[in-house]
Design a protein around this ligand. Structure first.
Ligand code: HEC
Length: 150
C-alpha cells in the first residue's frame, strides 16, 4: 500500500513538473533550428581541439548552409545582412584553415566566428539588444539616476 502511494505521488509530481515546464516555456518556431548552431559550433570546437579537421569542415559547412536558409534570413535589414556576411566570412576562414590543417589559424577563425555570433545577437535579438543598451547607458552616464537619490 505504502509503495502504491509512493508511486502515485511520484507520478503526480512528474506530471505537475511537465505541466508547469511547458506552461512557462514559449517556444518560437525558429528556436529549434537556431539552437542547432550551438551543436555545430560545439562540433567545430571539438574538431579544433582534437585536431580532427574533418569534423571542423563538416560542422562549418552545416553552419554555412544554415546561414543561407530562410530561418537565418528572417530580416531583410542591411545591418543584419552585414552581420550575416561577417559570420559567413569567419566560417569560410575556418573551413580554409581546417583544409590546411592549421590549428592556429582555425582557432583564430573560431574566435572570430564566436564574436560574430555575439555581435549579431547583441544587435538583433530584442532582449539582448535592450540589455546591451542598458549596459552602455550605465557606463556612459557618470551620474546614474540611482545615485542621485537620497
Ligand atoms: C546574423 C545574425 C546571427 C548570427 C551570426 C548568429 N545568430 Fe543566433 N540567432 C539570431 C537570431 C535573430 C535569433 C532569434 C531567432 C528567433 O528568436 O526566432 C537567434 C537565435 C539563436 C539561438 C536560440 C535562442 C533561444 O531562444 O533558444 C541560439 C542558441 C543561437 N542563436 C546561437 C547562435 C550561435 C552559437 C551562433 C554562432 C555560431 C549564432 N547564433 C549566430 C541571429 C544570429
Amino acid at each position: 500500500m505504502k509503495q502504491k502511494c509512493a508511486v502515485i505521488v511520484c507520478v503526480s509530481l512528474l506530471i505537475a513538473g511537465f505541466a508547469s515546464h511547458s506552461a512557462e516555456r514559449v517556444v518560437k518556431p525558429t528556436q529549434a533550428a537556431m539552437r542547432l548552431k550551438l551543436t555545430y559550433a560545439q562540433g567545430v570546437l571539438e574538431g579544433i581541439t582534437l585536431e580532427k579537421f574533418d569534423l571542423v569542415i563538416t560542422n562549418a559547412a552545416k553552419l554555412r548552409d544554415m546561414s543561407q536558409t530562410n530561418v537565418f534570413v528572417l530580416m531583410g535589414n542591411w545591418d543584419y545582412r552585414t552581420c550575416r556576411t561577417n559570420f559567413q566570412a569567419s566560417v569560410d576562414a575556418l573551413t580554409q584553415a581546417a583544409k590546411e590543417e592549421n590549428t592556429q589559424k582555425a582557432s583564430e577563425a573560431y574566435l572570430k566566428m564566436a564574436q560574430s555570433c555575439i555581435e549579431c545577437h547583441k544587435t538583433f535579438r530584442r532582449e539582448q539588444f535592450v540589455r546591451s543598451q542598458l549596459h552602455i547607458t550605465r557606463l556612459e552616464n557618470p551620474n546614474p539616476p540611482e545615485r542621485n537619490q537620497p
